[in-house]
Design a binder for this molecule. Structure first.
Ligand code: UD1
Ligand code: UDP
Length: 373
């Protein structure tokens, strides 16, 4: 058999962070021809990752529009990826996780009858509106996919419950592969503003991110007000919040926190700056999926700014707390961890339920076995 032609398609920052380690490994593999297509659902935030991992894309569909809609993302991808699939005729298309890029690309590949491999498969909350639209994106992608790379046993069980039992492999999450290359001792921040903030910082660092569609509006306002109250109560606490470029996030966060003392709002930072910043944080407050996986492996407790999580492993292990998006709940949990040294120490154990840093190798082994068996 000729080399297996693998077309990896992704379009947002978290997909890129989790796909790049896998792509680098596929590029070195003698039985694989690796091609990369970016949908460009994100632009600057995607480019930051591509630059760090030195990935050269073969195609970029460049679909991003300011304040884009789910409909425009889906239809633009379906239309623009078709000629790429027709020209390249890959043996398999790899998609990642739960974005609208993942689902639209899986659907487009299905229309061409090309097998789909789903990296980070089997995460579920069983609430189709939380996270929205990600729960439905990943559920539909599972129905289409031929190969399912589940990060954990729990994710595999979720697929089994949906009668998806063929070609389900527990591989670990490639985010842990990425972390092993990004976090280094004595790290020097590239972003000058960030370097200056960290250098002058004397107190405890709270790292905050929030951007989810279902949190836009009042929930995001509650989150900002909670952050303001926490910094008013604790003079030794400083917040760094790299703010997502979505105008609906940016404008609210800057309006409510832009003038707060000890709250540093900065533009998105590259993944090396981000991972090393997380590693030195006292506490992470976030609605991000990726940060819920990364922080436990650095021994940094996480307060999740969502009502439901598809990443139950770290909650069960006791390093992640669910706060939801009510101001009082967020403030209460943050205060507990800022006041109660014993509780904080219990939560700041380093655990790694999401992998051992070898997920990419396992995924590649299964792809090769699938085509050569
Ligand atoms: C998307 C994913 C979400 C993922 C998140 C990671 C969907 C529906 N949502 O949400 O699952 O958690 O990415 O961050 O797939 N923008 C820029 N530059 C960028 C990126 C975004 O200006 O580099 C702005 C644009 O105005 C864009 C808006 O942000 O229209 C929203 O981007 P979009 O991809 O639709 O939603 P996210 O909230 O980023
Ligand atoms: N991240 C980053 N720079 C930032 C904020 C986040 O590199 O300014 C990283 C973060 O460490 C994690 C990923 O981006 O690896 C999470 O992406 P995001 O929050 O956009 O999406 P989600 O995880 O919610 O899907």
């Amino acid at each position: 058999m000729d080399k297996i032609k693998v077309l990896s398609v992704f379009g947002t920052r978290p997909e890129a962070i989790k796909m790049c380690p896998l792509i680098k490994k596929m590029q070195e593999h003698e039985e694989i021809e690796s091609l990369v297509c970016l949908t460009g659902q994100h632009k600057e935030m995607l480019q930051q990752v591509i630059d760090i991992f030195h990935i050269q894309e073969d195609y970029n569909l460049q679909i991003m529009k300011p304040s884009q809609t789910l409909t425009s993302i889906t239809t633009d991808i379906l239309t623009l990826i078709k000629p790429v699939l027709e020209k390249e005729k890959p043996d398999i298309v790899l998609v990642h996780g739960d974005t609208t890029t993942s689902f639209a690309v899986a659907l487009a590949a299905f229309y061409q009858q090309i097998p789909v491999g789903h990296v980070e498969a089997g995460l579920r909350t069983y609430d189709k509106y939380a996270p929205y639209p990600e729960e439905m994106n990943r559920t539909l992608t599972s129905r289409i996919a031929e190969l399912h790379f589940a990060p954990t046993d729990n994710n595999r069980e979720c697929l089994y419950k949906e009668n998806i039992t063929n070609n389900v492999f527990v591989t670990g999450n490639t985010i842990i592969d990425a972390l092993q290359t990004t976090i280094v001792a004595d790290y020097r921040y590239k972003n000058k503003e960030l370097a200056r903030i960290v250098e002058n910082m004397k107190g405890r660092l709270l790292l905050v991110t929030a951007h989810r569609r279902e949190n836009l509006g009042q929930p995001l306002r509650n989150i900002c007000e909670a952050i303001r109250e926490i910094t008013e109560r604790y003079f030794d606490v400083e917040v760094i919040y790299p703010v997502h470029l979505n105008p609906a996030v940016h404008d609210t966060v800057h309006e409510l926190l832009g003038r707060e003392k000890r709250v540093h709002l900065i533009d998105p930072i590259d993944v090396e700056d981000m991972h090393n910043l997380m590693n030195r944080s006292y506490l992470v407050l976030t609605d991000s999926g990726g940060l819920q996986e990364e922080a436990p492996s650095c021994g940094v407790p996480v307060i999740v700014l969502r009502d439901k999580t598809e990443r139950q492993e770290a909650v069960d292990a006791g390093t992640v707390l669910m706060a939801g998006t009510k101001k009082a709940d967020i403030v209460r949990l943050a205060c507990e961890l800022l006041d109660d040294e014993e509780k904080y120490q219990q939560m700041s154990r380093t655990i790694n339920p999401y992998g051992d840093g070898h997920a990419s190798e396992r995924i590649i082994d299964e792809i090769v076995r699938y085509f050569y068996r």
